[in-house]
Design a protein around this ligand. Sequence first.
Ligand SMILES: [Zn+2]
Length: 466
Amino acid sequence: MSRTVIRGGLVITAAEEVRADVLIEGEQVVALATTGSAVADGWTADTVIDATGHYVIPGGVDAHTHMQMPFGGTTAADTFETGTRAAAWGGTTTIVDFAIQSVGSSLREGLDAWHAKAEGNCAVDYGFHMILSDVTENSLKEMDALVGEGVTSFKMFMAYPGVFYSDDGRILRAMQRGAANGGLIMMHAENGIAIDVLVEQALAAGRTDPRYHGEVRRELLEAEATHRAIKLAQVAGAPLYVVHVSAASAVAELATARRQGLPVFGETCPQYLFLSTDNLAEPDFEGAKYVCSTPLRPREHQAELWKGLRTGDLQVVSTDHCPFCFSGQKELGRGDFSKIPNGLPGVENRMDLLHQAVLDGHITRRRWIDIACATPARMFGLHPRKGTIAPGADADIVVYDPTAPQTISATTHHMNVDYSAYEGKQVTGRARTVLSRGSVVVDAGAWLGRAGHGRYQPRATCQYLG
Ligand SMILES: [Zn+2]
């Protein structure tokens, strides 16, 4: 079995920061020892990685991606191959993507289809959530089986009537089932029925520009749906995870529920922390690049999201990576914002943007690792294999240069999309060396990984409860 030692770095986990050498055998971490100690100096290895002046952090866990997802008559531009390669470049070594149940089909058919897309193509490890879009007696039964085989979370939509939408009765039934079988309900919390009325009215009045996507998807309708989802979960006796929280008032709903001791959790995304309705208002249809749902909010919401991440009312930052090229895909919505495919690229940028947030004083280094690695791993049953550096954990490790300057750009990124949502943004810090289960996949600007190295990860139920 090959042995690797990472020497001289500052090891940062959600729990602590220690100057330590890390010993890897095969695919796993087997020991940490103080740098310069007799124990560490006694280790022999086939490969020594010098991490002097660098951080040694767990590989990122992005719990919300949509590789090659069909949406609005087109398909997200990153395949499992290109998307997981881009993830690795950015220091993310596990993704949890969403398999989709189509209305009228079984969960099994959806899951099989997504396994077929991913199998043999991923550069880093991956798991699946299941999108539950047709709650029937049969699909409720299927939830039990899926939990048993490691698909332990189910996303539902209060938005997108006629596509993914579930009414309150269906949501309640699925929550009750989840409460019984351990499956965690993830909620897209926006009142889609009301939003569709406002969309129709805006288009009828000639308001067709991308900025109106943000205006009709009202903050109140995110807060209302978040509140309703919390109450439904309370009635069902189920925990709840709200995806892509963007509105300050939705954070407040989560905070209130958490003060009451309810097991409700919230995720936000880099786009809500770093971008705003100013981007949606960019001229010449450029605003389409920033169309996603929930939508970007006015800039003042950002401070509330950062606060939520500091206080723990928000626990996770995922990307909701769902890239559509500006040319030929976003352009489908010229003259009708409701036809712009919803989604932004970001899987490659998350770790660096959140490191910049450390430098900007929004969060601490350990909180960076907590919200980007450790908590998503625990929330979705991947701990302690993923999200930390400890004996027994998979050797998914990033040697991170905290001083490297970087200008984010579509001309240099590895995502299969023709624009960057952060074009020209200067950040400090980037992954130098990235290991996935002990194998170096990125080193000093060179790609050393391969499609098919990434392995499917069956997941335990949520480890963030109790
Ligand atoms: Zn999503």
